[in-house]
Design a protein around this ligand. Structure first.
Ligand code: M6R
Length: 610
């Protein structure tokens, strides 16, 4: 989704700004722009439709000097992707970039038109530029003008303002869209994500909701919602990120699929002994909190929601605790009943998903016993606003299609479930040792699943010319089918649906014909015989089946059924294991179709607007 970078320095900042945008490219965007002022108040604004590279070329063709600047990648919400709608937007001397959505923009647009302003774009953002310009007429400083402006805005924003007449400062405001300040030596920066600034600084502070800040070369001054000066903790980041480095891989998604054994090792490290989960590693007071839990409510979006759906089976069967899972955009607008001693768990790779964050805030208001997040990005909004955070350690995930974040979320959830079951005396030492052994074995098993790479690449040919695919699973493999279907549709643009196999005869069976491949996730567990009946239902109607099953499942291939035989693995971690061939399948189908695997059309990595 949209990205922001800003800098106030003595040196020319054009390269820093566009490199920052390049590092945010993975989030998804359709246009990019930059505005830079030099010490003589000469301003250059460049905007380009398409890739950041177009903007880089423009800054190379035309020398862009100046030490103060703002830059933006736009993911269109109001107004089509076009150069005119790309940020920065201007009103006289004021330039503005903005992430988020201004919900009352139409009313403000009318007000500003009545004051004599004319609009050059269809965006909601342009109202901010004109409002600041208007407020500057009376205000004693740019900060004051922005403070007065944000009081008139409804919706979400992370917005940065630059005044051509005063190139010594930038001012920035945050409400609903993250902003991080980066501290340099004799120069300071800001961005919507610290990844944008990792090549210029490692010292960051995060603006809180309602904060407005002024950034000069030597000083950062932050004001809270009431306008009082506040300090925000400055932290040293140890994040690793080189957005340009795919190593030997063709795409980030492929690299991230293959990084899963390491990501899983990192996620369990220091959290498991040989045969037990270390409860304190989940959080300082985790034992105390878990002991009281009588219900779990998981809230998440997309792939993270699918991880929650798998965990529901685990919470109920392994820990004996009732668990509900809900899509954040539904939860946040539903009148729900808060159960006594209910633990809220948000799941998120980015920690910035707008709906999940709103759900967390609502749940805190509604009296959940405690709110924890399982998240991959340290310092993200969810991590900062939750009572405690259990970090997945997948490393930066750049591909829009989530892969290693999902499998590390599942392993974190399994550790949590085990700790909870232990606190409730539901999981005994023998069961705990079995789960922990399965978790320890997982990285090697995932390596073996990755060796199916070539076989699955060949299989992908069967799917590339299809318009639809159906994925089936039962029990905790139903959400694995959901995740497989989400992966395929988002990167190959093939319409895919997932069904709990028992639901087939309640409708989807009508879709079955030779043009509808049916992928079945079929490990050998207590539901295998039921699943076999569902497979027969498909076969009897001329469907083409692709069954991922373990060697003991007893399937035999024929002209209507291809069998992909996987080794036997523990029932407990099998959902994580079976995810790998599904990821590879969608990756190779997309590769054959020639889609933009890492930045699929219309999608953004981090969905920071509703
Ligand atoms: O960062 P989050 O985990 O909160 O993101 C949630 C979804 O936007 C995300 O999982 C999305 O569905 C992915 N593109 C799926 O691959």
């Amino acid at each position: 989704m949209c990205g922001i970078v800003g800098a106030v320095a003595q040196r020319d900042v054009a390269e820093i700004l566009v490199e920052g945008l390049r590092r945010l490219e993975y989030r998804g965007y359709d246009s990019a722009g930059v505005a830079i002022v030099d010490s003589n108040s000469e301003l250059t604004r460049l905007r380009r439709l398409g890739k950041v590279q177009e903007l880089v070329d423009a800054t190379e063709q035309q020398e862009v000097a100046g030490g103060t600047g703002i830059a933006h990648t736009r993911w269109a919400t109001h107004g089509e992707p076009s150069e005119a709608n790309a940020h920065p937007h201007m009103s006289s001397d004021i330039s503005v970039v903005h992430n988020g959505i201004i919900e009352n923009h139409e009313e403000l647009r009318q007000l500003l038109k009545d004051r004599g302003y004319s609009f050059e774009s269809q965006t909601d953002t342009e109202v901010i530029a004109h409002l600041v310009e208007w407020e500057m007429r009376e205000a004693t400083s740019l900060v004051e003008a922005l403070q007065k402006t944000v009081k008139q805005l409804e919706g979400a924003y992370g917005t940065v303002v630059m005044d051509r007449k005063d190139p010594s400062r930038l001012v920035v405001a945050r409400s609903g869209s993250p902003i991080v300040i980066g501290y340099g030596v004799g120069e300071n920066f800001l961005a919507s994500d610290q990844l944008a600034l990792l090549n210029v600084t490692r010292r960051f502070s995060y603006l809180e909701e309602g904060d407005v800040a002024e950034i000069t070369r030597r000083k950062v001054t932050i004001f809270d919602l009431s306008g009082n000066p506040v300090e925000r903790e400055v932290v040293e980041s140890n994040a690793e990120h080189d957005a340009g480095d795919k190593g030997k891989y063709r795409h980030f998604m492929q690299k991230e699929i293959f990084e899963q054994p390491t990501a899983l090792i990192n996620t369990v490290e220091g959290r498991l002994t040989k045969d037990a989960v270390i409860t304190e590693s989940i959080g300082v007071n985790a034992a105390e909190i878990l002991e009281k839990v009588e219900h779990v409510q998981i809230v998440a979006c997309g792939t993270s929601y699918n991880a929650g759906m798998v965990a529901r089976y685990w919470f109920e069967s392994l820990a004996g605790v009732s668990c509900d899972v809900e899509i954040a955009s539904e939860f946040r607008y539903r009148k729900f009943v808060t159960r006594p001693n209910s633990l809220l768990i948000t799941l998120s790779q980015s920690g910035e998903t707008a709906d999940t964050l709103a759900a967390l805030r609502l749940a805190k208001e509604k009296g959940y016993m405690s709110a924890m997040t399982i998240c991959n990005v340290a310092g993200s909004s969810l991590v900062r606003e939750s009572d405690f955070a259990f970090m997945t350690r997948a490393g930066a995930e750049i591909g829009v299609a989530s892969t290693k974040a999902f499998t590390t979320q599942l392993s974190a959830l399994l550790m949590l479930v085990t700790a909870l079951g232990k606190e409730r005396q539901y999981v005994d030492a023998v069961k705990e040792a079995e789960i922990v052994k399965a978790l320890h074995s997982l990285p090697d098993q995932i390596n073996s699943a990755l060796s199916y790479d070539k076989q699955i690449e060949a299989l992908a040919e069967d799917f590339a010319d299809k318009h639809h695919t159906l994925f089936l699973g039962r029990g905790e493999f139903y959400p694995i089918a959901m995740e497989a279907s989400l992966k395929l549709k988002e990167i190959s643009y093939i319409h895919a649906e997932a069904y709990a196999a028992g639901e087939l005869k309640h409708g989807p069976l009508a879709l079955i014909d030779a043009d509808m491949p049916v992928v079945v996730v079929a490990p050998n567990n207590e539901l295998l015989e039921k699943l076999k009946s569902n497979i027969e239902e498909v076969r009897a109607r001329g469907g083409l089946l692709y069954v991922f099953a373990d060697e003991s499942a007893g399937f035999e291939a024929d002209e209507s059924m291809k069998i992909i035989t996987m080794p036997n693995v523990s029932d407990i971690t099998a959902p994580i294991y079976y995810t790998i061939p599904m990821q590879l399948l969608s990756y190779y189908v997309a590769l054959i179709k020639g889609t933009d695997v890492d930045q699929p059309r219309n999608l953004a990595k981090s969905v920071t607007v509703e």
